[in-house]
Design a binder for this molecule. Structure first.
Ligand code: SF4
Length: 335
């Protein structure tokens, strides 16, 4: 004969954010600025994007509040993006505060590396364990043609600085047909002695021009790499955007992100909050909720959560269905 014990009444399980396709949202990409110290041709015009005024940009305390609400409902990773996040003063302090949230989310950084060296010790101290570094050419002249700025040597040095600091490193290369697609094999060669992942990204039309994008498809990229290396596929984990390969004899890996083809939407776990505090449920979609306006109008956490849940409930099944008529500049979205 056994006795029924009263169920242990712990705190109500927190309802995570799950969209109509059953995808759980666990990863927040938080854009801290639309400003950048580069002018990459596939992201913005030479004159840059019309920068939103100081007041229109989310304040750090507002970011921390919104991140707190989201982390309380399943977000466990926050990537700091931009523009170039390191141009915003105080970003290391923001990272410290985000890492200190009760749920202790992992905080990651995407940077173009120009300002990385002086910040690296503080970033590591603040809890950053993995960095995505953008570098679209190994040739200084070609890099300057793409970015319209100088400083290539600093970015190259940043690769070894990050590895020397013992942090995880992914090197992101946007593949631009006729511009840098001849460098794929040279980029992959970097992984022979460096424990990092070089990821080749299909060009996407986020330059704000509304013009169609010239892109080299993922299969073509893999084909070119396979013509030079024996590629060994690495099993893909849920939510991953890259198809990753080991190269025999290399300590690092290569990956391909089919950002234009959008073949990885099925288990997408990403939400975005852009520089102006607008929630985006898909990179390709239009902003779903103006969280900044709600915050400044005195909305409660429950109001904000209800608005976020509403947006997640309206989420499109993939980036094709979500695609806006005219894609904004990546600097305004946050990548
Ligand atoms: S395109 Fe949209 S749905 Fe697809 S992976 Fe990117 S953010 Fe997710």
């Amino acid at each position: 004969m056994f006795e029924l014990t009263a169920p242990v009444s712990g705190p109500e399980p927190v309802a995570n954010l799950t969209d109509p396709q059953g995808r759980r949202l666990e990863y927040l990409r938080l854009a801290v600025t639309d400003r950048c110290n580069l002018r990459c041709r596939y992201c913005m015009p030479a004159e840059g994007v019309a920068s939103v005024g100081h007041d229109a940009v989310l304040r750090f305390e507002e970011m921390i509040r919104l991140a707190g609400i989201l982390c309380g409902h399943g977000i466990n990773r926050i990537r700091i993006t931009g523009g170039e996040p390191l141009v915003r003063k105080g970003v290391v302090g923001l990272i410290e505060n985000l890492a200190a949230l009760p749920e202790q989310p992992e905080v990651l950084l995407t940077t173009n590396g120009l300002l990385l060296a002086p910040h690296l010790p503080a970033l590591a101290q603040a809890g950053v364990r993995r960095i995505n570094l953008s570098l679209d050419s190994l040739d200084p002249a070609n890099w300057e043609r793409i970015t319209r700025r100088g400083g290539h040597a600093k970015v190259l040095q940043a690769i070894d600085d990050v590895l020397a600091a013992g942090l995880g490193l992914k090197l992101n290369v946007v593949v631009l047909p006729g511009v840098n697609d001849h460098e794929l094999v040279d980029f992959a060669a970097l992984t022979r002695e460096r424990k990092m992942t070089v990821r080749f990204i299909e060009a996407m039309g986020f330059d704000g021009s509304g013009q169609p994008v010239r892109t080299l498809g993922g299969d073509e990229i893999v084909g070119r790499l396979a013509s030079a290396y024996e590629l060994l596929a690495v099993p893909r984990h849920a939510g991953a955007v890259a198809d990753t390969f080991r190269i025999s004899g290399h300590v690092g890996q290569v990956g391909v992100i089919r950002g234009h083809s959008r073949t990885f939407c099925g288990d997408c776990s990403r939400l975005r909050v852009d520089t102006q505090g607008r929630l985006r449920t898909c990179l390709y979609g239009v902003p779903a909720v103006d969280l900044r306006a709600m915050v400044r109008a005195g909305a409660s956490d429950d109001d904000l959560l209800a608005a976020i849940r509403g947006a997640v409930g309206r989420r499109h099944p993939d980036g094709h269905a979500a695609a806006a008529v005219r894609l904004d500049s990546m600097a305004n979205i946050g990548g």
